[in-house]
Design a protein around this ligand. Structure first.
Ligand SMILES: C[S@@+](CC[C@H](N)C(=O)[O-])C[C@H]1O[C@@H](n2cnc3c(N)ncnc32)[C@H](O)[C@@H]1O
Length: 260
């Protein structure tokens, strides 16, 4: 299983902050597990498993699961938290498996693998037995548009140029085409808004940027980080701050496809 990292974002995950403040990511994965419908005795690969919360939920169904993630930090945390399960570091765009899987599952991870989405789909197909399922949810076109627009404006206003955002948020048509060209039959494809309360993020949009775009902040002179993030909050607040707190403008793409 070769590793090839083009993006420093892979090494920037803070597993502890991810679990404590961004646990909503895996908490929203329950319906996806229902869609996967893992059965006892099946072999499932959880691609981009993070700290392994959903990997463990799948294993609890009597399924044999391998959790794979590009971040050694996330895999370390997953092994520590779920010592009975198997995890490995691997790149979704460049991996091979020894034995085929009945299903590949992926929650909130494929949009981080935008460098070569067809390579990811190719690796998933090669990892599946004939008739195997690919069940996943990712950010879709327009995901976090208010957040990213606030980032772009704040970066420009601070003379930092256009930020190179690390995410790939395809339209349903684009991703379905990639799946079909990649040798899958699409059985279900949903594209929906999922406003997501940032209950554990008292710093609002700024906390979200620190978690998910930490690598971009590395390129900002340290003294300018706080003013920049304050400006992100000012710009995002009209769209995202409610009386009850911050709500991120998530848009999801959820699909179930079968290896043709
Ligand atoms: C938002 S987290 C989702 C984690 C987990 N699936 C969950 O539901 O909590 C995205 C994960 O994708 C992983 N990731 C990003 N790019 C990857 C790649 N090329 N190959 C494998 N994993 C990758 C990250 O390291 C991170 O753990």
């Amino acid at each position: 299983m070769a590793l090839r990292y083009d993006s420093p974002i892979l090494t920037r995950w803070n597993a502890r902050a991810y679990d404590s403040s961004f646990g909503y990511v895996s908490a929203h994965g329950a319906p996806l597990i229902e869609l996967l419908d893992p059965r006892p005795g099946e072999r499932v690969l959880d691609l981009g498993c993070g700290t392994g919360v959903l990997t463990a939920d799948i294993a609890a169904r009597g399924t044999t699961v391998l959790g794979m993630d590009g971040s050694p930090t996330m895999i370390e945390a997953a092994i520590a938290q779920h010592p009975g399960l198997t995890f490995t570091v691997g790149d979704g765009a460049d991996f091979r498996v020894a034995e085929p899987y009945d299903a590949v599952f992926s929650n909130a991870a494929l949009h981080w693998m935008g460098r070569d989405p067809d390579a990811v789909i190719g690796c998933v197909r090669a990892a599946l037995a004939p008739g195997g399922r690919f069940v996943a949810e990712m950010g879709g076109a327009g995901n976090c548009a208010a957040l990213t627009s606030a980032m772009r404006t704040a970066w420009r206003e601070h003379g930092l140029g256009e930020p190179e955002l690390p995410w790939y948020f395809p339209t349903p048509a684009e991703y379905a085409l990639r799946l079909e060209r990649g040798g899958f039959t699409v059985r279900l494809l949903e594209y929906f808004d999922r406003p997501t309360p940032l209950d554990e993020c008292p710093g609002g949009a700024a906390d979200w940027v620190r978690m998910f775009a930490g690598a971009l902040l590395d390129a900002v002179p340290p003294t300018r980080v706080e003013p920049l993030l304050r400006r992100v909050n000012e710009l995002a607040a009209p769209a995202l701050r409610r009386e009850s707190g911050w709500v991120a403008d998530y848009v999801r793409l959820r699909f179930a496809a079968v290896r043709a």
